[in-house]
Design a protein around this ligand. Structure first.
Ligand code: G4P
Length: 544
C-alpha cells in the first residue's frame, strides 16, 4: 500500500506555460481552469484581472502597459490529479522572474501560435527548459484560424529549437474548417461540435474510431482522405513515441487546438496530465532530495512585496520538495541557521488566496515574509542541506537613484531595500568619496520604470534615475584594490548589500580586457557564497 505521501506525490503535476506574448497563454490558462472546474465561466481570469486592477495601483501599471508583470500560482483538481499551474509573466524584461518560476516547475507547456510559429520569447524560454532537462509539451494554438501547415510547424521546432516534435494528435482541417483532432494513440477521431464554439463552456466532442461509420458520417470524404494521407505520412516517416525521451525533454509531444473555441483543450489536458511527470527529486548540496522523503523541505523561488496594498504584505513563494507541510509548522532556515515558524501560509486556489492546512511536494505555498527570506533559501525539517539551482542573473542596466525630495530619502531607501529582497532589482553602494547615492542594477530596462512606479506608489517617494553607461557587472574574488578599477568611465567598483565588491563594465571590450589583464582575480556573474558567519547560502553560481 502506498503511503499518503506517495499517493499525493504521484497525483501531482506542477508546470508552467511558456510562450511569446499574444500566443494565447491567458486564454489557455482560463480554459484549463474551466476544465478543472475551478471556474465556471470562461472569462473569469480576465474578470479577475479586472478586479485586481480595480484594487491595486501596481496592477494599474500592468493595465497601462498591457503586460502581465506579476506571476501567480493556480491550483486545481482534474480527474484525480492535483494540478499546479505556475503563471509566468510574458514580457521579456521579466524573464528573470520567469526563469526562477521555471526552477519550481516539473514540466512546461510551450504554447505556439499556429500562424506565427516559434517566436523570440518562445526561443529564450525553451532554452531554459532545455537546460533543466524538464519535459516540454507543445500546444499549437489558434487552429480556428488559418495558420501554417502542421508539418511545417514540426519542421520549424526541429530547425529553430533543435527538438523533434512527436504529434500526439493531428488536426482535421484548419480555420473555419477545423473539425477535430485525430488521436494517434487510440486511433480515434475527436469531432468537435460547433456549439460552445464561443468558448464559454467545455467544447462538446464526439469520440469515434477512425474506421467507423460514425467517422464517415461526421467528416466529409475529402476530410477523411486527407486525414488518412497525413496519418500514413506520420506513421511511415516519423519515429515511434518514446516516453523516456519525452521525460528527458529530448522530444516534445505535440498537440493541436484552439484555446478560444476550446477545441482540442480536453484531449490535450488528458494526455498531458498522463504524460507529465510527478514532482521530481531536486539537487541539493548533499545529493538528491526525493519527494517521498518523509521530512518537509522546500525552497524560496520568488518573493513579492505588496501583493495586496491594503495589507502591505510581502509573500515568499516556496516550492515544497519533500514531505508534508502542515499549517503552523516550524522549519529550519538554513541560511540564517535558525528555526522559523512558517507563518500565514496561503495557497493559490484558482483566483483566490486561501489559507491552507497542508501542502505536498509539487505544491507552492506563499509565506508571510517579515524580511526573513531571500530567493534560493532552503527551509526544512531534519538534516540540513541546501537546494541548488534557482538561477541568478547578472544585471545589465544601471542607474544612480536619488529621491527628488531629500526629505523622502528614508522612504526611498526602505523601498529599494524591500524590492531588492524580492530579487527584481539589485542595489549597490558606490565606493568613491562623497558618492552616497545608491546604484540600482536590473536585467531589463523596463524594470527601472517599474521600480520608479512602485517606489512612488508603494513607498511614497518620487525618485530620479540617472542611467549609467555600464552593461555588465562582475563580482570580484581575490585580492584587488577597488580604486585601481575606477577607470576612465569604462569601469566602476561598487559593493553589494553584503559588502562584496563588484566591478561594472561599460562594454564587452572593457570586461574582456580586464579579465585578461588580471588572471589572479576571478570575475563572477553572480555573487559568490558568503562566509557562513555572514549568513552565506549556496546558490547556484555561474561565472562567465
Ligand atoms: P497571452 O496571454 O499569451 O498574451 O495571450 P491572450 O490569451 O491574451 O491572447 C491574445 C489574443 O489571442 C487575444 O485576442 C485572444 O482572444 C486571442 N486568442 C487566444 N487563443 C486563441 C485561439 O485559440 N484562437 C483565436 N482565434 N484567438 C485566440 P485579443 O484580440 O488581443 O483579445 P480579446 O479581445 O479576444 O480579449
Amino acid at each position: 500500500m502506498p503511503t499518503e505521501l506517495e499517493r499525493e506525490v504521484a497525483r501531482r503535476r506542477t508546470f508552467a506555460i511558456i510562450s511569446h506574448p499574444d500566443a494565447g497563454k491567458t486564454t489557455l490558462t482560463e480554459k484549463l481552469l474551466l476544465y478543472g472546474g475551478a471556474i465556471h465561466l470562461a472569462g473569469s481570469v480576465k474578470a479577475r484581472r479586472a478586479r485586481r486592477h480595480a484594487t491595486s495601483d501596481w496592477m494599474e501599471l500592468e493595465k497601462e502597459r498591457g503586460i502581465s508583470v506579476t506571476s501567480s500560482v493556480l491550483q486545481f483538481e482534474y480527474q484525480g490529479h492535483a494540478v499546479n499551474l505556475l503563471d509566468t509573466p510574458g514580457h521579456q524584461d521579466f524573464s528573470e522572474d520567469t526563469y526562477r518560476t521555471l526552477s519550481a516547475a516539473d514540466s512546461a507547456v510551450m504554447l505556439i501560435d499556429a500562424a506565427k510559429g516559434v517566436e523570440a520569447q518562445t526561443k529564450k524560454l525553451f532554452q531554459v527548459c532545455r537546460l533543466r532537462a524538464i519535459p516540454i509539451f507543445t500546444f499549437v494554438n489558434k487552429l480556428d484560424r488559418y495558420g501554417r501547415a502542421p508539418l511545417e510547424l514540426m519542421d520549424e521546432l526541429e530547425q529553430v529549437l533543435g527538438i523533434r516534435a512527436y504529434p500526439m494528435n493531428w488536426p482535421i482541417g484548419m480555420g473555419p474548417e477545423f473539425r477535430g483532432v485525430y488521436d494517434r494513440t487510440s486511433r480515434a477521431v475527436h469531432v468537435f461540435s460547433a456549439e460552445g464554439s464561443h468558448g464559454e463552456s467545455a467544447a462538446s466532442e464526439r469520440v469515434v474510431p477512425l474506421d467507423s461509420v460514425e467517422a464517415a458520417e461526421a467528416l466529409t470524404a475529402a476530410e477523411l482522405a486527407q486525414l488518412r494521407e497525413d496519418i500514413d505520412l506520420l506513421d511511415i516517416g516519423g519515429d515511434a513515441f518514446a516516453r523516456e525521451k519525452s521525460d528527458r525533454g529530448q522530444i516534445t509531444p505535440m498537440f493541436f487546438g484552439s484555446a478560444m473555441t476550446n477545441f482540442g483543450v480536453r484531449p490535450f489536458l488528458d494526455a498531458f496530465l498522463d504524460l507529465a511527470p510527478p514532482p521530481a527529486p531536486r539537487s541539493t548540496s548533499h545529493g538528491y532530495q526525493e519527494p517521498t522523503a518523509p521530512k518537509f523541505s522546500g525552497f524560496v523561488f520568488k518573493i513579492q512585496a505588496n501583493m495586496d496594498p491594503a495589507h502591505r504584505d510581502r509573500v515568499a513563494f516556496v516550492r515544497v520538495v519533500s514531505g508534508q507541510y502542515r499549517k503552523g509548522m516550524d522549519a529550519f532556515h538554513v541560511r540564517l541557521q535558525k528555526t522559523v515558524r512558517l507563518a500565514n501560509p496561503t495557497q493559490f486556489m484558482a483566483a483566490e488566496r486561501t489559507a491552507i492546512q497542508e501542502a505536498w511536494p509539487g505544491d507552492v505555498i506563499g509565506l508571510f515574509d517579515p524580511g526573513l527570506y531571500r530567493i534560493g533559501d532552503t527551509l526544512l525539517e531534519g538534516d540540513t542541506f541546501e537546494f541548488e539551482g534557482v538561477p541568478r542573473f547578472s544585471p545589465e542596466h544601471f542607474a544612480v537613484v536619488r529621491a527628488r525630495d531629500p526629505m523622502r530619502r528614508k522612504q526611498m531607501e526602505k523601498g529599494l531595500e524591500q524590492l531588492s529582497e524580492e530579487g527584481t532589482i539589485q542595489i549597490f553602494q558606490q565606493l568613491q568619496m562623497g558618492m552616497r547615492d545608491p546604484i540600482v542594477g536590473v536585467v531589463g530596462p523596463l524594470q527601472l520604470e517599474v521600480l520608479q512606479y512602485r517606489i512612488e506608489h508603494e513607498y511614497g517617494a518620487d525618485i530620479l534615475l540617472d542611467k549609467l553607461p555600464y552593461g555588465h557587472a562582475r563580482w570580484v574574488v581575490g585580492n584587488f584594490d577597488p580604486k585601481s578599477f575606477d577607470w576612465g568611465g569604462n569601469r566602476q567598483t561598487v559593493q553589494d548589500r553584503d559588502g562584496q565588491p563588484l566591478v561594472l563594465f561599460r562594454d564587452d571590450w572593457s570586461l574582456q580586457h580586464t579579465v585578461e589583464k588580471h588572471p589572479e582575480l576571478k570575475f563572477l556573474s553572480a555573487a559568490p557564497p558568503l562566509p557562513a558567519a555572514l549568513g552565506g547560502g549556496a546558490d547556484q553560481r555561474s561565472s562567465r
